[in-house]
Design a protein around this ligand. Sequence first.
Ligand SMILES: Cc1cc2nc3c(=O)[nH]c(=O)nc-3n(C[C@H](O)[C@H](O)[C@H](O)COP(=O)(O)O)c2cc1C
Length: 180
Amino acid sequence: MKKILFVVGSHRKQSFNMQVAQYVKALLDGKAQVKFLDYADMPFINQDTEFPTPLSVQNVRNEISACDGIWVFCPEYNFSYPAVVKNLFDWMSRPMKQGDTVTAIEGKKLTITGAGGKNATKNCREKLSELLKFIKGEVFDFSVGIIINTEAWVTNELVLTNEQKQKLQKQTEEFLKFID
Ligand SMILES: Cc1cc2nc3c(=O)[nH]c(=O)nc-3n(C[C@H](O)[C@H](O)[C@H](O)COP(=O)(O)O)c2cc1C
């Protein structure tokens, strides 16, 4: 079974993007092995402390190397993606060994989903796609944007419409083919 690594671009306990990720995890049940990437303890990248590689960074690289595909669930922060996501991929754009050029992210297949306000994370998804391509990821050209239902901002419970569920179903099926 293919291994898909889920990256949630929000560490908030009741994150809507985490809720979408949980929904997609259920869609993938029996079709792929899903693992959530734990990257909350990564330090900010600083070339002074790049080598020897910090343990938290090494752990993330191991997870990325071991998966067949990466699914990023990402909120939009001020017309772009959050800093934690940039930091994660900045680390992944760097060589695994000093003086080498091989990175963990090169050639990895990725797809993006974003839950946010009324533009459905359009700017985040565009910019994140640009970043991932720049660091030599193979980005699946079909991303899904979710507009968070109005009540959720009070209840913290995301309720997906049938249309949103259908889009996620399509993305799931197409991404499985893409990584096959
Ligand atoms: C610093 C910051 C900037 C934000 N900027 C945007 C934005 O540009 N567009 C948008 O749709 N939502 C924006 N939001 C609102 C987020 O969509 C909202 O907080 C959402 O709940 C974040 O995703 P999460 O629930 O997965 O943590 C912003 C939130 C924060 C904290």
